[in-house]
Design a protein around this ligand. Structure first.
Ligand SMILES: N[C@@H](CCC(=O)N[C@@H](CS)C(=O)NCC(=O)O)C(=O)O
Length: 212
């Protein structure tokens, strides 16, 4: 049965699920959520898709999952890929997924939204600067970790990598330039060189015309 992912191209959180789905070889299809016109907060979506009013959501028959990290764990269980090789690695993958959600993606998602998708006259410049400063600490954590290794956990790509890289592949500015972080840049090149890798806008329909 084809798995369905409720998503939209601009969602880095959805990309965390779409990328391992694509690379695992599981059969899946994206279902576009009209996020910027409020679909994820609509009564119908909340009642029938996700009571947390968020994207992404994965449907596999009777199973319905939200939270990108949980969806990644499900994909790993179903495909046998990207979850870590043993119990130690599985725990370590989860540790990085949780770190990413609070310290990296969670803050990038907000910063990128404020800088690109909010009406220009409503953009809170002090808040943006605050988040950008905090994010530098996170970029440094990731860059330092990757200085001596190819992948965040173990000897091959895992959901920890898919989680942490998700927002970094977007072109819309949010204060990150991969050239400032050489270990992150090489790691992103390794991810983009994985057979079958696709940019988020090539995996999921974007709401806005794609920026080059
Ligand atoms: N922790 C969640 C975060 C999901 C999330 O925040 N998704 C965004 C879209 S990228 C969203 O639906 N936001 C709803 C809102 O802020 O109202 C996950 O990892 O799936």
């Amino acid at each position: 049965m084809t798995l369905k992912l409720y998503c939209f191209g601009e969602s880095g959180n959805a990309y965390k699920a779409a990328l391992p789905l694509e690379l695992s070889g599981l059969e899946w299809e994206p279902i576009f959520v009209d996020f910027f016109n409020g679909e994820a907060r609509s009564p119908d979506y909340i009642e029938n898709v996700n009571g947390m009013a968020e994207v992404p959501v994965l449907i596999d028959g009777d199973i319905k999952l939200s939270q990108s990290g949980l969806i990644q764990i499900y994909i790993a269980e179903k495909s046998g890929k990207f979850g870590g090789e043993d119990a130690d690695e599985k725990r370590e993958v989860l540790r990085w997924i949780l770190w990413d959600s609070s310290k990296l993606s969670g803050q990038i998602g907000m910063t990128r939204f404020l800088m690109n998708f909010l009406d220009p006259e409503k953009r809170p410049h002090e808040v943006i600067k605050f988040h950008q400063a905090r994010l530098k600490v996170s970029y440094n954590v990731l860059n330092t970790h990757l200085t001596q290794r190819d992948w965040i956990v173990g000897r091959s790509v895992t959901n920890a990598d898919f989680s942490c890289c998700s927002y970094l592949f977007y072109q819309e500015p949010f204060g990150f330039d991969r050239k400032d972080w050489p270990a992150i840049e090489s790691w992103m090149d390794r991810i983009a060189a994985l057979p079958g890798w696709k940019h988020p806008y090539d995996l999921m329909e974007p709401a806005f015309p794609r920026k080059k």
